[in-house]
Design a protein around this ligand. Sequence first.
Ligand SMILES: Cc1cc2nc3c(=O)[nH]c(=O)nc-3n(C[C@H](O)[C@H](O)[C@H](O)COP(=O)(O)OP(=O)(O)OC[C@H]3O[C@@H](n4cnc5c(N)ncnc54)[C@H](O)[C@@H]3O)c2cc1C
Length: 654
Amino acid sequence: MTTTVEQEAPALTPGQSPLMNSNIPDGPLADKWTDHKAHMKLVNPANKRKYTILVVGTGLAGSSAAASLAEMGYNVINLCIQDSPRRAHSVAAQGGINAAKNYANDGDSVYRLFYDTIKGGDFRAREANVHRLAEVSVNIIDQCAAQGVPFAREYGGALVNRSFGGAQVSRTFYARGQTGQQLLLGAYSSLMRQVQEKRVTLLTRREMLELVIVDGKARGVVVRNLVTGRLETYAGHAVLLCTGGYGGVFYLSTNAVNCNPTAAWRCHKKGALFANPCYTQIHPTCIPQEGDYQSKLTLMSESLRNDGRVWVPQKGGDPRPPNQIPEDERDYFLERRYPAFGNLVPRDIASRAAKLECDNGKGVGATGKSVYLDFADAIQRLGKQVIKERYGNLFQMYEEITNEDPYKVPMRIYPASHYTMGGLWVDYNLMTNIPGLFALGEANFSDHGANRLGASALMQGLADGYFVIPYTLGDYLATHQPADNLSIEHDAFKKATAGVEEMTAKLLDIQGDTTPVEFHRQLGKIVWDNVGMGRNEANLKKAIEEIRALRDQFWVNLKVDGKADTLNKNLEFAGRVADYLELSELMAIDALHRGESCGGHFREEHQENGEAVRHDDKYCYVAGWKFTGDASHPELHKEQLHFESIQLQQRSYK
Ligand SMILES: Cc1cc2nc3c(=O)[nH]c(=O)nc-3n(C[C@H](O)[C@H](O)[C@H](O)COP(=O)(O)OP(=O)(O)OC[C@H]3O[C@@H](n4cnc5c(N)ncnc54)[C@H](O)[C@@H]3O)c2cc1C
């Protein structure tokens, strides 16, 4: 049964919620992290091996955390869905990783990276977290270079940088268009050293389906062995969720098909607050959708906007091939609208600008849903070889997918779902509101506000894993005895396992006629059309109704072939789609309640000359949603954001 969407805003918890104590240390902004580290409690080296830490995920956040904690002496159990940690989705990251090294000597500093990130996030992130991120960014590059990550270098051997959106300096380190892969190989080699040392137990092809809570603390997980179908339980003194984002909710996205929100969502249903679910990132430079039966979209890295120029023909429906359209009949709309940042405006702004051109009939290609990204100028200026050295693998990928040679004709690009700024709420120590449950990397909401700047996700994942959690976890563990209630024989494990069995049986028993993938495709369209690049009250209410109706259909019409006790891809997908069907409603509810535009959340009612308009007097807070047992009626909690170092202002890249 569906219910109507009666009200714009759910019952609000006024002011600061006691559930959302950010635990930001006192003191001047630039000293907080150093002082905090100096005063945190420590676990004695001899005691570390008495603790077991469950790390779920082996992407950059998970593998860096698991390797670092094991190196410190903890016992680590590290789980992932893929058959190898090297296949975690981080492997797909192309363009680069930011760090305030100022190697380019162009005026960069920790403060400038901090400022750019806060502004890029449209003033909806915590100052203290972002400052810490900028501080440790410089250590990350040293750590990775020492591991042998082959960052691009100048002729003389120094590491070279390029620029990414939302910055006027060059601070992005890269390894061609394969930065994520190379960083992951670095973290993986550290991880495998610890596997060899027997301090990390690596469990691949396992999917976490439930969190186990004992005496109010996270103490374990229930996972499905994806090969045998058997349920397994693992106990630990802390659980670190490093399970990535929920961009796959749009069905078509640049994320790998295996990316999913299940681990985070099941923790949410056990009490963890989900923060800012409506903050999703739509990336401007993706290869456009070609047909209805596509399962995925491909990113063309933001780094391409260093040299590529974005344009559309001035005349809508111009039938001429791009190379025959003269300069004075082209509209380089980003350079025209944002002369200070040009093609390197942040993603939310570039995406909306491209959508606007296409909505106004200026789009190109068969569907009219794409704009040109043109390298002709750069090739003329620098030569084909230089462009090939910078972006060779991206050009090759583009040609393989589209059968067009981007050295000769401009690429065609269109925005697509890419990243999620929302996620599990965490305090300054990366702990959720469930004691002992931590969230790292894209799985948490912490550092990017309403819009993430390019090349900052890898920075954050590795900051969390290499440089933050090794300190903050010790502070938590130091107050917990190693022997405390740590056994999978505890009733809580049996109860959690029974819950998973019950849900599996329910999914298999429906025997309707619609596959999980088909439900996902339908859901993706609802979310893309209504909770995508432009949102308004009427569409959001419609989306909520449609999501509820689709969810009802799911539970009577789902078809999952096969059995529980064997490899069963359909069953895996069914569980994830069930979670997307609830999470997507929360995204829409969050987007509906936030009556302002900020970053990736563009409420069409709140704009001026096409630019986002925030309402700091009403919405300068993190929205943390609590599960109440009914996905349609979550409870809103607020963490008020306080800005001491930066003055709030309307964002401008002009
Ligand atoms: C195409 C593409 C290109 C990108 N390029 C860049 C870039 O150039 N620079 C940049 O800064 N960012 C980039 N990003 C973003 C960045 O890659 C990601 O945000 C980041 O890698 C996420 O890392 P993570 O460790 O948090 O999660 P992931 O790498 O997604 O890893 C998640 C891990 O969790 C595991 N997992 C998930 N659910 C479960 C479960 N239920 N049970 C067990 N295990 C589970 C998975 O198996 C995996 O090991 C890009 C993103 C995409 C999609």
